[in-house]
Design a protein around this ligand. Structure first.
Ligand code: SAM
Length: 249
């Protein structure tokens, strides 16, 4: 069934009116008509079964029948802090991590981050990441948009992680496997993972993270490209703590 993102609060009583590009898409491309059933989601974790009541030029009026928590949300709240990467790698990562069910994305400037867009470029990038995450949400049937934090420095990332139940920093020079980390069973709280930029971490960052309660862990003896490592780490976190494996029992 087709899914459409609406702004939270767009539903008045049991009616919702969709206008703008989404309405045009529904009318002209998808050729939806009265009595067609769709699912609306507002990005806050809820979704709504709706039926098209009327279509007029540029407007689709729907009656909303019931609401339910989004079915595709992970029980784990996973935060990924990503050392700023070059080119469009961050765009691809926010799409893939949204599909993998992460809850929060924290871009940061590591000591070895080469890409350092200025404030204007950064706000354009952030707006694009929101758009990419919304498209990914529609495609993967999630209903909770991941939070996208403003780009931070490393110390701010560690502060954001202060209350996390599990704190892992994936370090290319570490030999201790993830299995050896003290993971404390199924944490009732945030799982916070940090990945480095293409140039990796400097020792001082690892020391600073350890002092903030992070365990440094390895993704194996091979040096992975940054985007490969982030995807692997996000998947492992969802497998261990979320709904990608036996972590959900
Ligand atoms: N420039 C570094 C070097 O040559 O040793 C490699 C950095 S790697 C391309 C980018 C990031 O991916 C690292 O900072 C780390 O977060 C992660 N990563 C890559 N391979 C890893 C591994 N085997 N174990 C843990 N983390 C890894």
């Amino acid at each position: 069934m087709r899914r459409f993102k609406i702004d939270p609060g767009r539903i008045k009583g049991n009616t919702c009116v969709i206008t703008g590009p989404d309405a045009k898409h529904m009318i002209n491309v998808l050729r939806l008509k009265a009595d067609d059933r769709v699912v609306l989601f507002d990005g806050t974790g809820w979704e709504y079964a709706a039926v098209i009541q009327a279509i007029s030029s540029g407007e689709v009026r729907l009656s909303v029948h019931n609401s339910r928590p989004g079915l595709a949300e992970s029980p784990a709240r996973i935060t990924v802090a990503q050392g700023f990467l070059k080119d469009k790698k961050m765009d691809t990562l926010i799409r893939q991590l949204t599909e993998l069910g992460i809850s929060r994305w924290v871009p940061y400037f590591g000591v070895r981050s080469v890409a350092r867009p200025d404030a204007q470029r950064l706000s354009k990038r952030t707006a694009r990441w929101h758009k990419i995450a919304t498209e990914a949400l529609k495609q993967c049937r999630r209903s909770q948009l991941p939070e996208i934090e403003p780009a931070a420095d490393f110390s701010a990332v560690l502060q954001l992680a202060a209350s996390a139940a599990v704190k892992l920093i994936f370090w290319e020079a570490e030999s201790a496997p993830l299995r050896s980390a003290e993971l404390g069973g199924l944490p009732q709280g945030d799982v916070f993972i940090i990945l480095g930029p293409e140039g990796g971490f400097v020792e001082a960052e690892i020391e600073q993270a350890r002092r903030a309660g992070f365990q440094s862990v390895s993704l194996g003896p091979r040096i992975l490209r940054a985007e490969t490592a982030t995807l692997a780490a996000g998947t492992l976190a969802q497998f261990l703590f979320g709904d990608l494996g036996d972590g959900q029992d």
